[in-house]
Design a protein around this ligand. Structure first.
Ligand SMILES: [Mg+2]
Ligand SMILES: [Zn+2]
Length: 161
């Protein structure tokens, strides 16, 4: 267990969440401040991994391809600024349709990520705009930081050791 990770929720933390599903590339905008925050996080030696619920797939609102296109766009926008996102993990299920273990606040995806990246949960953080994000982290010993939806404060970095 050598790595430390800052886990980010996607919608409302990286890109603007219009309070409905974000799946069209043309409606995807990166929030001001998030890439700068990510740079600071990398400078402190953290890996960055995204964990997102995409239950709209189960509901038939959009497809895996839509999710991949938005994820690719985000990955490239960060890469342009020299910030690597290690991986995107997403749950395509919705609890109204079927039960699963990967939809936040359940912890299967973060457990996978911690294992895959040999990360120490006690040195890692989960930043999300919903309680289910921070709860997901806290279930496995990762510190949760709850932010307001679509708001990346300049002070956020001060919460990361
Ligand atoms: Mg969110
Ligand atoms: Zn799931």
């Amino acid at each position: 267990m050598i790595n430390k990770v800052v886990f980010l929720d996607r919608d409302g933390v990286i890109n603007h969440d219009p309070d409905d599903y974000t799946y069209l590339l043309e409606e995807t905008t990166i929030l001001p401040g998030i890439i700068n925050f990510a740079k600071q996080v990398k400078a402190k030696g953290y890996l960055i991994i995204v964990i997102t619920n995409q239950g709209g797939i189960d509901k038939g609102r959009y497809t895996h391809e839509h999710v991949a296109a938005v994820n690719d766009f985000i990955e490239k926008e960060f890469a342009k600024e020299g910030v690597k996102i290690e991986e995107f993990f997403y749950c395509p299920h919705h609890n109204a349709i079927q039960a699963c273990l990967c939809r936040k606040p359940d912890s299967l995806l973060i457990e996978k990520a911690l294992h895959r990246y040999k990360a120490d949960p006690s040195k890692s953080y989960f930043i999300g705009d919903k309680w289910r994000d921070t709860e997901c982290g806290e279930k496995v010993g990762v510190k949760g930081i709850k932010i307001d939806v679509n708001v990346i404060s300049d002070n956020l970095i001060k919460l990361i050791d």
